[in-house]
Design a protein around this ligand. Structure first.
Ligand code: NDP
Length: 600
């Protein structure tokens, strides 16, 4: 390894420190340390934004395609069908509007953490200029609504409606779908675009429900209680002591506005995030007007390549993300040992800069020390903010570091750490979302395929899919999911591709009188080998990471490996799907002709 004198730090000492910090955080209960928002915690899941008392008559009808979810994924699915000239589809969404993430996450300070110019989809098609480089939640939500109107998605939507069952019927070759509003819908195709992070979780803490103050999750912000809006001061918190539990990407954005408003804010930290400079700024109209047609796709592809460790001639974005990934492109094929060492040394250097930033900004030495993250940069989602660390200089803000152990318990009056009770009026859970738990649990329903076999049972030993999109035994069903599917830190990039793919398959089926599409076993096995080869390449890196949502809370096993996302990088995933579509033969899918063709 490179020596300490040239680097200004000791790689060996850092490796050991990372190991010690990781071990402090290991715990046997893994995902069981969390509670979902059901049963006695169902009130945490209630929709504070939808019109209360909404009713409608149940519908009974047939449709060509039923799309589950009205976030970016479901919206793109509908938009692409519309563009392909297919307008017989329905979108079923549990929320009261489109938007997904941006419908639910209305917490103060919410903003896209990837540049808006590449995060906000279809800017060129719709002629929209984001007002700033990292647009705020309300602007992105309004953009979702704009997409909904532009593609006439609203006339296809069933809002405030949840799927309760989806059963494949071999006789009619249709999915038979029921909802919590009594709808009965027969659909030829079923697209599940349920989102990556929509099932919120709470730490399963003793006494959680005994708290006598007010409590909510960041995904269901209670402005009734806090006052203010996503963009204005929380004017009812001036006499309130508030706890924020969690210090992930959401908390980084929530803490500054709550710190400004609360009488006192306690931030309960288990593992610090890496927080680098954000450098947000208004969009320069002159720059915007200078962009050439096709710029957005080009910029998205450039970012996707850089954050996938692909060497590019240019870094068009030049922000914290591309800085974070600037040393990922290494010659792993010809010099794997050297490549991993160079990458690791660069990572240590970057994390040293992140830690030094704590000392530069945070005045209290002990607080600065506690805010320093001791793990490799990509073990958790890197964060970027210009007010988060500064908030700890406020006299009314206290960091309660739990030394990797987490909050101990909740009492009627507050939060306990290390035997000490912090009395608060309100607890805000910034405790995140399920990411690696059972897919069907996260989606909220369990499709039943051929022979009455449910997806949960079919995947009990791990997923089997083609491209993460199709699953054998579940004909005409397609999923936009990270389970063996693509992944990008710029989430919409992959959804754009998956929606192009599903529109292609459905169009092909309709034009060629194909009644049923279903992946072959061979195609699924081949895809699994691709998934596993990439997982193995990353296994050591993830195994050394501090536990968290990215590595199944530190509990890696073969099932998790089979359920992993495609780790070969976003450009490679997109290329695979594009090549497949261009060949046009729908390789790996069994195609069963419809009645008309059979009779001809
Ligand atoms: P995370 O899962 O990233 O963070 C949850 C936090 O809760 C962690 O700090 C975790 O600690 C902490 N926690 C859990 N249990 C306890 C406990 N018992 N005591 C104390 N702390 C506890 O969720 P987020 O909502 O922050 O982010 C989820 C994802 O949402 C991000 O990874 C990102 O993909 C996305 N996001 C995107 C944004 C955007 O602008 N595009 C903005 C915000 C989020 P520990 O780390 O130790 O597990």
């Amino acid at each position: 390894m490179a020596d300490q004198d040239n680097l200004g730090f000791s790689p060996e000492a850092l490796k050991e420190r990372y190991r010690i910090e990781r071990e402090k955080r290991l715990r046997p209960d893994g995902n069981a340390q969390f509670h979902d928002l059901s049963g006695e915690f169902a009130h945490f899941d209630a929709d504070p934004y939808a019109e209360p008392g909404f009713t409608r008559d149940p519908i009974t009808r047939e449709t060509e395609t039923l799309i589950v979810g009205g976030g970016f994924g479901g919206m793109f699915a509908g938009a692409r069908l519309h563009q392909a000239g297919i307008d017989d589809y329905l979108i079923v969404e549990k929320a009261g509007d489109f938007g997904g993430t941006w419908y639910w996450n209305r917490y103060p300070g919410a903003a896209c953490d990837v540049e808006a110019y590449i995060y906000m989809p279809m800017l060129e098609e719709l002629g929209v200029m984001p007002t700033e480089r990292y647009a705020k939640g309300p602007e992105i939500f309004a953009h979702c609504q704009r997409i909904g109107h532009h593609f006439d998605l609203y006339s296809h939507a069933l809002f405030q409606t949840r799927i309760t069952s989806a059963i494949w019927d071999d006789k009619s070759n249709r999915w038979s779908i029921e909802t919590d509003r009594g709808d009965k819908i027969a659909a030829r195709f079923l697209i599940i675009a349920g989102g990556m992070l929509h099932k919120a979780k709470l730490p399963n803490l003793p006494g959680l429900n005994s708290f006598e103050g007010h409590a909510f999750h960041t995904g269901r912000w209670d402005y009734e209680y806090t006052g203010g809006t996503p963009l204005t001061a929380l004017d009812k918190l001036g006499d309130k002591r508030v706890a924020v539990i969690g210090t992930g990407a959401t908390s980084i954005q929530v803490v500054p506005p709550v710190g400004r408003a609360a009488k006192h804010l306690y931030v309960f930290q288990r593992t610090p995030s890496s927080v680098s400079r954000r450098d947000n700024r208004p969009t320069d109209p002159a720059w915007w007007n200078s962009l050439k047609p096709g710029w957005q796709a080009e910029r998205i592809a450039n970012f996707g390549a850089i954050v996938s460790g692909v060497k590019t001639e240019e870094d068009m974005i030049q922000d914290g993300w591309t800085w974070a990934y600037s040393d990922e492109a290494q010659d792993y094929a010809n010099d794997p040992v050297g490549a991993f060492e160079r990458r690791q040394i660069a990572d240590y250097g970057k994390m040293e800069a992140v830690r030094n930033r704590c000392d530069e900004i945070v005045e209290d030495k002990a607080t600065a020390e506690a805010l320093k993250p001791w793990y490799n940069l990509h073990c958790k989602r890197p964060c970027f903010h210009d007010e988060y660390l500064q908030t700890f200089n406020r006299p009314n803000v206290t960091l309660v570091d739990t030394g990797g152990k987490g909050v101990e318990r909740i009492t009627p009056k507050g939060v306990v750490v290390d035997g000490k009770e912090y009395e608060v009026d309100c607890i805000i859970f910034a405790s995140g979302y399920e990411l690696t738990t059972e897919y069907t649990g996260r989606m909220g329903f369990n499709p039943v395929g051929r022979g009455g076999v449910s997806l949960k049972d079919a995947w009990s030993e791990g997923a089997e899919t083609l491209f993460g999109l199709h699953a054998r035994g579940f004909p005409n069903m397609m999923m936009y999911s990270t389970v063996q599917g693509g992944f990008s830190v710029n989430v919409p990039q992959v959804l754009i591709e998956q929606s192009a793919h599903t529109a292609h398959v459905i169009k092909h089926a309709l034009e060629n009188d194909v009644e049923v599409v279903e992946p072959t076993e061979q195609a699924q096995n081949d895809w699994l080998q691709v998934i596993l080869s990439h997982v193995m390449a990353r296994a050591t890196i993830m195994a050394e990471c501090t536990p968290g949502a990215y590595n199944n809370e530190g509990a890696a096993d073969i099932k998790m490996a089979k359920n992993a996302a495609f780790m070969g990088g976003t450009p490679a995933f997109i290329e695979i799907l594009k090549d497949w579509r261009e060949k046009g033969d729908l390789a790996g899918l069994e195609l069963h002709k419809g009645k008309a063709a059979a009779e001809a």
